[in-house]
Design a protein around this ligand. Structure first.
Ligand code: CA
Length: 225
């Protein structure tokens, strides 16, 4: 897990082409992302199930597990990370198959790297507002609906700012954030760091005192001390 605040976006590239795969990972790293390369569908499946990513680039023609099959397995496993499918197949039927298979976007080879980067930026923007669930203790936090569903099925609705604060903490649950870091990430318009204390108070009132712990001399982090 990265230690940055909140860390560069992480991209998984699943591409078996010996030149294109490393080229893409270099491209993403050069653009400021963290990038992992899986050279076949099996490795891609393993990485996507065991690491956290913000976007996936999947080649369709892959050894071991074909790209759309891989995507289907990931979606059935609850992996909602947005995916862009790369393919040499450019017919309408192939595009429809890709989008029906759970891909958010589709790019036909050969493509311009600038277009790939632009489309990944769109995926990442969408990712910020849609389609993600995070664990908060035994509860589940839905970033679309801004609700936290407890293990007993109870549902708590959060305000936009409460949701933004909880998202930061829940994305890096082992990490403590200073109030200054939280302000920079969540309340960039705030004039005082005490706003953080206010929203921590609101979240504790809604989710229980144990939802966020105070780390003495540092700030706050998710969960019990
Ligand atoms: Ca291929």
């Amino acid at each position: 897990m990265t230690d940055a605040v909140p860390g560069p976006a992480r991209v998984l590239v699943v591409e078996d082409d010996r030149e294109l795969g490393p080229l893409l990972t270099r491209l993403f790293r050069g653009a400021g992302y963290e990038a992992d390369l899986a050279p076949d569908g099996q490795a891609g499946l393993h990485l996507a199930l065991t690491r956290r990513y913000d976007a996936m680039i999947l080649d369709r023609g892959l050894p071991a597990i074909e790209g759309l099959d891989l995507l289907g397995r990931l979606r059935r496993s609850g992996v909602t990370v947005p995916a862009l499918v790369l393919t040499a197949l450019g017919t309408v039927a192939d595009r429809v198959a890709g989008l029906d298979g759970g891909a958010e976007d589709y790019l036909v080879k050969p493509f311009e790297v600038d277009e790939l980067l632009a489309r990944v930026r769109v995926l990442l923007r969408r990712r910020g507002t849609a389609g993600e669930r995070l664990a908060v203790g035994d509860a589940e936090f839905d970033l679309i609906s801004r609700t936290v569903t407890g293990p007993d099925g109870s549902v708590v609705a959060l305000s936009g700012r409460e949701s933004d604060l909880l998202r930061l903490l829940a994305r890096n649950p082992s990490r403590a954030y200073t109030r200054e870091q939280i302000v920079a990430q969540v309340f960039p318009d705030a004039t005082t760091v005490t706003l953080v204390d206010t929203y921590v108070h609101y979240l504790r009132r809604k989710l229980g005192a144990a939802a966020i712990s105070t780390v003495r001399g540092v700030g706050y982090r998710l969960g019990r001390p």
